[in-house]
Ligand binder design. Sequence first.
Ligand SMILES: [Zn+2]
Length: 174
Amino acid sequence: MTPDTLLRLANLTVPRKPGRGPRIYPDPLANPESAAQALGLSRVDSTELDAQRELHAVTLALVDGLLGGRPLARPAARLTRLAEPSAATVRLDVADGQSLRTRLEWKDATPTAALARQVAMELGGIDPRRLKRCALPGCELVFYDTTRSGTRRWHAESPCGARARQRRYRAAAS
Ligand SMILES: [Zn+2]
């Protein structure tokens, strides 16, 4: 699986293309309209913005912690708290007459809690070694390496992979 919600939040204020400054300006979480667009929600209530900023900061702390080998306990506890208003009920479904399947049915009290529990579940389900920051200097985008070899280095071939090769070529030629 790809941790889509995690990556969306981790890259929320990072420019899609390197060299455009360290952060997207204005901050997408500054108002409800841009927050809804950035988070992929149909609408955002202005009372949710503070919680969404907190969720964004906590997600960054967890990603930076994972990538930098720093302690995770505090941001993990903060994320747990943000996800608390979401609760699941277990359902036992009968399929094909004789096979049983369990499924969690979520009730999300707020959109932020829904995002928080998605991020929490994604973080618990991924292989942390495959969570990476783009290797091109100046590109801060985080990605999840789903290649079989696990050796992907750039968030995307265009522009970062191509630029890195160009740099190597120039360095070798000079
Ligand atoms: Zn990149």
